[in-house]
Design a protein around this ligand. Structure first.
Ligand code: ADP
Ligand code: ZN
Length: 736
């Protein structure tokens, strides 16, 4: 494999980056948040990989725009995690990719228990039935019979029809009679389709008879050999009682199909937080739960721990279907076990997994199908994980390199940086102050380099001295007293219950007369419709200034014409975003410049109105810091902008669509809004790992901001793994 060569990368803030990266190596991209790591990783390398892939599929015309880069050489097929939205019907085993395999086993090899009579039977093809029957000893007398369902008219109503179809004998209540000999009340009736004295050379006659019996019996037939009866079904009916049922196939076992999903909860297993009564929380329909593999139903398997799954399936006989599926399944389970997921039941709902566990499960899925000669591109693969789990992920990445693939990760995790074969640092700052390569080399060399990450490795990046405010009042939460008017750090490993404690704390704070506010989710402000300008509230004031201009009054324009949320002056094709979403089917969607407005967001008339020389669209291109510099006379604009700048977001353009913000950026945006509006006395902020996705430089800025909230009279309760944050807290609560 040749080197990966990048020339003139200019996506977003990248300043014509040139890089040569080693192939078949673990490469770490580092730098402060917003420095340009993901602009290179995802928006350049992954985008180029996808473009080439689609071009190859479409014979040179895939239609994806090239990323802004002069040249990329030596790029292997690129593989990434993507940002798939999780479906509430998904379970751990779906994310890892083992449940589809289990469903395949049940669908191909299982049997169905009849919902009416309880008889367990398996639908077979005609060939399989013939194979079974052909095992009878030579000379055996075989009766091939088709069950007849008796309606209100009894046997008398159907017998003429049987005779008309050309059959002369029936079995009525166990006795074989000629059609015209049947008398009186009959409880069970079967048409005798054929009688055969079995010899191997009569196979084609047998096949003919089985086929005829199964069509006559609408999928059910009975073979009587020397007095012993065997019922077979080749169609969607119970051979014993004739009840109709769905055809057994893998899809029948999935809560995501109409036949497999519980009709009450729609496959989610829970209704309003309670397990669904109809399906017992399994999310499966009655027909799906009636499928058995050996003696086991799928709903029982869902409660089995991942590690025990291969054992639980060991009673299935070896065969052409079961062998490859089981091998694949064991490999996937082994990878998931390596990542510490072995003890979790495979049916655990994604909604009941922590963010870290979901991340591990997605990595396990990638790792379960190891590929050779590809390039794995992963942004923050260890985000939200504890150190133990992060090291397990590192092992997985290493195994890919050993298998002959390349791995490039964007990361803020020092253990990953130290383990990398090659490190590239972007910076020195964020946004326009970043976008350059400020270091490339080994991790040892980085440890003596004069860069932000070099400082971090040397341990010289520390927050100010601990606050140690006296705690005068506490709120009782699950036996712990959390300080009011203080910065409280809640620590503990994965699964220790940090997030649960935060949820309890929110209720307890409200009960104690405080007003809690939670940012447990990382999704704040990350929809395309919310950009820094609107989210922070400054656009409301900026559009009033635009409307107050002479030009606007001449044209009769009001502040609402400059709204991004309502029609009026904005471009209606992109609704003021400047970009439009293009769906690509199986690939994630891409965003393209809006053709109607050319990315200018507003109608031509509105763009003629200016404030400080900038039109509305130009104002939205300004960064937070640029606008802050000229808005000193307008506190309602300057305050929110200052908060953003203090949190390290001064580089963000005001009109950057929310969906392009990183998780770290989105969360700081939400925090800045609180800082600007001033929480004050009685406010309790609950934060779940706000350090996720941030460089130590940014974490230190974050810590300072949290302390300002506390200085303003608020309480900040934060679940965290950041040593720096713990070190500067007034109170530390260690769980588990
Ligand atoms: P990092 O991964 O190092 O945190 P990014 O590559 O995400 O940094 O961001 C680099 C710069 O590019 C930041 O200023 C960010 O706001 C900006 N940026 C990221 N995505 C987009 C986008 N889709 N459109 C415009 N600017 C973007
Ligand atoms: Zn437009």
């Amino acid at each position: 494999m040749t080197q990966l060569q990048i020339r003139g990368a200019r996506e977003h803030n990248l300043r014509g980056v040139d890089l040569d990266l080693p192939p078949r190596a673990l490469v770490a991209l580092v730098g402060v948040s917003g420095a340009g790591k993901s602009s290179l990783l995802l928006d350049t390398l992954l985008a180029e990989g996808r473009r080439r892939y689609l071009d190859a599929l479409a014979g040179g015309e895939g239609g994806l725009a090239s990323p802004d880069v002069d040249w990329v050489g030596g790029l292997p097929p690129a593989v990434s995690l993507g940002e798939r939205v999780l479906d509430p019907r998904e379970r751990l085993g779906d994310v890892i990719g083992v449940l589809p395999l289990v469903e395949a086993l049940f669908g191909r090899l299982g049997a169905q228990r009849c919902l009416a009579c309880g008889q367990v039977s398996r639908a077979m093809g005609v060939d399989q039935v013939v194979d079974e029957v052909a095992r009878s000893p030579e000379g055996a007398r075989l009766f091939l019979e088709a069950p007849v369902r008796l309606g209100a008219g009894g046997a008398a109503a159907v017998l003429p029809e049987v005779a008309r179809a050309g059959f002369s004998r029936v079995r009525a209540d166990g006795e074989v009679l000629r059609v015209e000999e049947v008398r009186g009340q009959v409880r069970s009736l079967r048409v005798v389709v054929d009688r055969v004295v079995w010899r191997q050379d009569k196979r084609s006659r047998l096949e003919e008879a089985v086929r005829l019996a199964s069509t006559t019996g609408e999928g059910s037939l009975v073979v009587v050999a020397e007095g012993a009866e065997r019922a077979f079904t080749t169609g969607p009916r119970c051979p014993a009682c004739g009840l109709e049922r769905p055809v057994l196939e893998p899809g029948l076992l999935s809560p995501r199909t109409g036949e497999g999903g519980c009709p009450s909860c729609g496959g989610t297993g829970a209704v309003a937080g309670e397990p669904c009564v109809l399906c017992g929380g399994t999310g499966l329909s009655a027909s799906a739960r009636a499928v058995l593999l050996g003696a086991t139903g799928l709903s029982e398997l869902l409660t089995v721990a991942l590690s025990d799954l291969p054992d639980a399936l060991s009673q299935i006989p070896d065969g052409p279907v079961s062998r490859p599926v089981r091998e694949e399944l064991s490999r996937r389970v082994a990878v998931a076990e390596g990542l510490g997921l072995g003890a979790l039941p495979l049916g655990r709902r994604v909604s009941e997994l922590s963010g870290g566990q979901v991340q591990l499960a997605r990595l396990a899925r990638l790792g379960g199908a190891p590929l050779e000669g590809v390039l794995y591109l992963l942004d923050e693969p260890t985000a939200g994980l504890g150190e133990v789990e992060a090291l397990a992920v590192l092992d997985l990445l290493r195994s890919w390199v050993l298998a002959g693939s390349g791995v490039i990760v964007g990361t803020h995790r020092l253990s990953v940086v130290r383990a990398a074969d090659w490190v590239v640092e972007f910076g020195p700052g964020a946004g326009a102050r970043g976008g350059r390569v400020i270091f490339e080399g080994s991790a040892e060399a980085l440890a003596v380099a004069p860069t932000p990450t070099g400082d971090w490795l040397r341990g010289t990046l520390r927050p100010g001295p601990p606050a140690s405010r006296p705690i005068r009042r506490r709120v009782e939460v699950a036996g712990l007293g959390l300080g009011v008017g203080a910065l409280v750090a809640i620590t503990g490993g994965m699964g220790a219950g940090k997030s649960r404690l935060l949820a309890l704390a929110e209720a307890a704070a409200a009960g104690a007369g405080l007003s809690p506010r939670s940012w447990a989710s990382a999704g704040a402000g990350r929809t395309s419709r919310s950009m820094p300008a609107t989210y922070s509230g400054v656009w409301t004031h900026l559009r009033q200034l635009l409307a107050a201009s002479h030009e606007a009054s001449v044209r009769g324009l009001s502040a609402s014409d400059f709204s991004l949320n309502t029609p009026g002056g904005r471009c209606e094709l992109c609704r003021g975003l400047g970009v439009v979403k293009v769906e690509l089917g199986v690939l994630p969607p891409v965003w393209r410049r809006c053709e109607a407005c050319g990315g200018r967001r507003f109608t031509r008339e509105l763009r003629s109105v200016r404030w400080r020389g900038w039109s509305a669209d130009e104002l939205l291109e300004r960064t937070v810091d640029e606008l802050l510099a000229v808005s000193g006379a307008y506190p309602r604009i300057a305050e929110p902008l200052r908060a953003l700048s203090e949190l390290g977001l001064g580089y963000l353009p005001l009109g950057q669509p929310g969906h392009t913000l990183s998780g770290g950026e989105a969360r700081r945006l939400a925090l800045a809004r609180e800082l600007a509006t001033g929480g004050g006395e009685g406010r309790v902020y609950l934060l779940d790992q706000p350090e996720t996705g941030l460089h130590q430089v940014d974490i230190i800025g974050l810590i300072a901001a949290l302390h300002r909230l506390v200085d303003g009279g608020a309480s900040v309760w934060v679940a965290t793994r950041s040593e720096a944050l713990v070190a500067s807290a007034d109170q530390v609560v260690a769980l588990g």
